[in-house]
Design a protein around this ligand. Structure first.
Ligand code: ZN
Length: 195
């Protein structure tokens, strides 16, 4: 009996440690994603993507992988605005957009759509706008994980992170690309575990 009690205590300690490892802002992070006049299909797909992103944010792996990212042999990102990996992780959780500069632990964004079948642009945004535009050509064929990752990539621009327009070697190590890819991979793992 005493042995059992010990194991129960040990098990509860392990659970506590895992929870304590991720800051509370990681699992209280909120998503204020506004849309305007979109179809039920698009809306449902976007809601699914946001729910998935919520799980990604709350995961321990999200934190670990952001902190452990390397660029040219060092724990850092390209175009990091002088921030360490940990500062970047904390900045994400604060959710302070340049156009909505409040530390509210939330993603505040508007999503709009455009259709261009000839374009290879998945989506875009620009610094003067709160809006993120997504190409329906990709949105419709994308999996939920890809939409989650794309939304996240564009939102990272809203926090002030940038990358080169050209497909350079360093671009993939920028915050929007690298952290967006981390989110994609974790989202896929979450969905795989579910199925
Ligand atoms: Zn980008």
């Amino acid at each position: 009996m005493r042995v059992l009690a010990f194991f129960i205590l040990l098990a509860s300690m392990v659970t506590f440690e895992v929870k304590a490892f991720v800051p509370s802002e990681a699992y209280t992070f909120d998503f204020n994603v506004k849309t305007l006049r979109i179809s039920r299909y698009k809306e449902n797909k976007l809601i699914e993507a946001v729910d998935l992103l919520r799980e990604v944010f709350a995961s321990e792996e999200f934190k670990t992988r952001i902190l452990n990212h390397r660029f040219k042999g060092k724990y850092r990102y390209a175009y990091n605005k002088g921030l360490t990996n940990r500062q970047i992780y904390n900045k994400i959780l604060k959710g302070r957009e340049e156009l909505y500069p409040y530390i509210n632990n939330a993603m505040d964004v508007e999503v709009g759509f455009f259709t261009n079948h000839k374009s290879i642009v998945i989506g875009y945004t620009w610094p003067q706008s709160k809006k993120i535009w997504m190409n329906t050509k990709y949105f419709n064929r994308f999996e939920t994980e890809e939409i989650a990752s794309h939304l996240f990539h564009e939102w990272l621009h809203k926090l002030g992170f940038d990358h080169e327009r050209k497909r350079t070697h360093d671009r993939q190590f920028s915050v929007p690309y690298a952290v967006g890819r981390i989110a994609l991979e974790i989202a896929r793992e979450i969905n795989e575990d579910r199925n």
